[in-house]
Design a protein around this ligand. Structure first.
Ligand SMILES: [Zn+2]
Length: 232
């Protein structure tokens, strides 16, 4: 039993950190956000809501500058003020912003946002336990090896989620008559916007797979959906 105490402590620590981070995220989002109210965007969101048999889609503006969209563990969707400003400045179209909302809706519908928080706490606990065990056999580098193994696992998990959310967004955009063109043009646009100044790379792009690969995946889906058997 004594042998397993460090692992139990690590798991307990992970659980406490998880509860705390859920609470802190919710508090920050509550105090620093307002509902998005833009007539043009609302028109697009209503079309997506109709495709999903929902009365409406509620999106909140999160008052921070970095260009990002996020799905909270409780299922709420947020666009940052920085992203909305790009739209207001004409750098990003309403349809392109709608594609971000569709992508975040995908994360919620597919259960990613909830699972991701669990993964995060699970990963922390596993990382700590792994580091403790590895350190006994390989002093000093054990913690690094544990970190490395865990980041590989996390990267694999999030990549898969991103492609799934993209596919969900494509299907929703097609069904709503918006199409996938804005989804693809946004990826290219964000990449060029940051091309001149790497330091200002939008977080939304950095936390996601490579642009070219995402566009290729969207096109592969479209090709599959328009299967050769169909007369269209
Ligand atoms: Zn995503």
């Amino acid at each position: 039993m004594i042998k397993f105490t460090p692992i139990l402590l690590a798991l307990l620590y992970g659980l406490v950190m998880y509860r705390f981070s859920v609470w802190r995220t919710k508090r920050t989002l509550d105090s620093q956000s307002t509902e998005l109210a833009d007539p043009v965007l609302k028109g697009l969101m209503d079309r997506m809501a109709a495709s999903l048999d929902l009365k409406r889609i509620r999106v909140n503006i999160y008052e921070i500058d970095p260009v990002n969209g996020l799905a909270a563990p409780d299922g709420r969707i947020f666009l940052t003020r920085g992203f909305y400003r790009k739209y207001k400045a004409g750098e990003v179209t309403a349809e392109e912003l709608a594609s971000v909302i569709a992508h975040e809706l995908g994360h919620v519908a597919l259960g990613h946002s909830r699972r991701r928080m669990i993964d995060f706490s699970g990963q922390n606990a596993l990382r700590t336990a792994l580091a403790m065990i590895l350190s006994r056999y390989i002093p000093f580098v054990g913690a690094f090896v544990a970190n490395f193994l865990m980041s590989l696992l996390a990267a694999g998990l999030s990549r898969k989620d991103e492609y799934e959310a993209d596919a969900y967004a494509s299907a929703l955009l097609v069904k709503s008559g918006i199409g996938t063109a804005p989804q693809k043009s946004l990826f290219k646009k964000l990449e060029t916007l940051t091309g001149a100044n790497g330091a200002a790379a939008p977080v939304w792009l950095m936390s996601h797979p490579k642009t070219a690969e995402r566009i290729a995946a969207i096109e592969a889906n479209e090709a599959r959906w328009l299967s050769p058997g169909q007369d269209v």
